[in-house]
Design a protein around this ligand. Structure first.
Ligand code: PNW
Length: 456
């Protein structure tokens, strides 16, 4: 099989501000909730912080040059709210904004199109202190105001916007009902209902931000939402299993509670029923605000869940993974390339949105990279991983689904949230002692894929 992609297919890489920038106190930036969280003992592996991370804030010209050599024409990155509006609301810090102007200049010179995520988990600490950030409905309006301030200033250079990254993830892992939620703010344990309220507020913020982008953009803008919903994958590809996977899609909490309301204007009824008293309070008009028309959907693709049909009950069953199921260097990451195909197909077919263009906005794996004596990193496991997922992408395109691009997570090893610098997802190896960047074998592999517009 010759895995050629359409000539319009967008090859890209993705990063997020907090994971690469460092310079957390530079030019007026104030703390975000992750800075406070990292200061708590025992929360981040090895006591790591993102105070320096990859020092991309100062080294971005080198990183843009590495992207140019890689050959990507598309770059997904995020803007740091606490850099741009350090107090979370009110005055704009133009010095913080200037950093992104410099970055955008460099990208433009390199012929790389920017795709900007407005929020990738770095909530301003000032808003956490003021009203508990996402616990409060006020957060949605403050996010919309921040969005308008950004789009007014950068909308001449950026026309591709993503509002939020993975709403279910940052709300349910950050405010969770576990004694020690693994993500920031992670200090106050909330009831299940309060947690669902935080994700409802984030959905509202997404909707209000879509409206703000369209109102403020000086050029026609493309607006999308990015989510890591969980594809239900039929264990066997026959009619009964496929139907079971389609029925099962809505009940998964991060599907029925995020992607379904965002795309269809209603929480999945089965999910609301199963939540009972934990369901969020939904005010009149909220769902219309949430379900804004989108120009595309961003699918962060890592793994899914296998499903099979049953004779009784709901007619389907979620299957747990056998202990021996293959995985890489991340506890939750199972190797499941078919979840890419099924994720795309469910968005299009199961949610009835065949019109909606789809981008894979993240797909990546952590492996135990080692520098060889010759100073190389031969990450054949990462190449194996991406090749398999890209074959699934190719299949989706062949079958006519509107998959238009692929952003590989991630350009370079970076601050992997509660795992600190102990997990490596990059095409480029970061030496955290010297901050030297060393392209891995997978970088050269991806370079060839882009060059030939097919999987090599
Ligand atoms: C994504 N899960 O997060 C994020 O968008 C990135 O910032 C992150 O670096 C990347 O994946 C790798 O972890 C996820 O538990 C975090 O299933 C957790 C999960 C999935 C994605």
């Amino acid at each position: 099989m010759d895995y050629q992609f359409p000539s319009t297919f967008a090859w890209g890489v993705a990063t997020a501000a907090y994971q690469i920038e460092g310079a957390v106190a530079a030019e007026g930036r104030q703390n975000c909730v992750w800075d406070s969280f990292a200061a708590l003992p025992g929360r981040i592996q090895g006591g790591d912080t993102a105070a320096i991370a990859c020092d991309h804030y100062h080294r971005f010209p080198e990183d843009v040059a590495a992207m140019a050599r890689l050959g990507v024409k598309h770059y997904r990155f995020s803007l740091a709210w606490p850099r741009i509006i350090p107090e979370g609301r009110g005055a704009v810090n133009e010095a913080g904004m200037d950093f992104y102007r410099r970055l955008l200049d460099a990208l433009q010179d390199a012929g790389i199109e920017p795709h900007a995520t407005l929020f990738h988990w770095d909530s301003p600490q000032a808003l956490e202190d003021r009203y508990g950030s996402w616990r409060s409905r006020e957060m949605a309006q403050d996010f919309a105001d921040y969005t308008a301030a950004v789009v007014q200033r950068l909308g001449d250079r950026i026309t591709s916007w993503m509002t939020m990254n993975e709403i279910h993830c940052f709300t349910h892992l950050g405010y969770g009902v576990r004694r020690q939620p693994p993500h920031a703010p992670g200090t106050l344990v909330s009831s299940p209902q309060q947690v669902w309220q935080t994700s409802h507020h984030a959905l509202l913020a997404h909707g209000l931000a879509c409206q703000a982008i369209r109102a403020a953009s000086p050029r026609p803008a493309q607006v999308g939402l990015v989510d890591n919903f969980v594809p239900t994958v039929p264990l066997i590809e026959d009619k009964d299993h496929i139907q079971a996977a389609q029925r099962a899609f809505h009940l998964n909490a991060s599907n029925g509670g995020i992607v379904v309301p965002a795309l269809t204007g209603a929480y999945a009824p089965d999910l609301l029923e199963s939540l009972g008293p934990a369901a969020p309070e939904i005010r009149a008009g909220d769902l219309d605000t949430i379900a804004q028309p989108l120009d595309w959907f961003g699918f962060n693709c890592y793994f899914g869940t296998y499903v099979r049909p049953t004779e009784t009950g709901a007619g389907y069953e979620y299957l747990s993974f056998p202990k021996s199921y293959p995985r890489l260097h991340m506890p939750w990451l199972r190797i499941m390339p078919d979840c890419l195909y099924w994720g795309v197909r469910h968005l299009s077919e199961t949610l009835g949105r065949r019109d909606l263009p789809i981008f894979i906005t993240e797909n990546g794996c952590a492996v135990k990279d080692r520098l060889t004596e010759t100073g190389e990193v031969i990450d054949s496991d990462r190449i194996f991983f991406h090749r398999a997922y890209l074959r699934a992408a190719h299949r989706a395109i062949q079958e006519g689904f509107p998959l238009q691009g692929y952003f590989l997570w991630t350009l370079m090893d970076n601050f992997e949230w509660s795992y600190g610098h102990h997990r490596r997802f990059g095409l480029i190896y970061t030496d955290y002692k010297t901050l030297q960047r060393i392209p891995k074998a997978s970088y050269y592999w991806y370079q060839r894929c882009i060059q030939h517009n097919r999987i090599v």
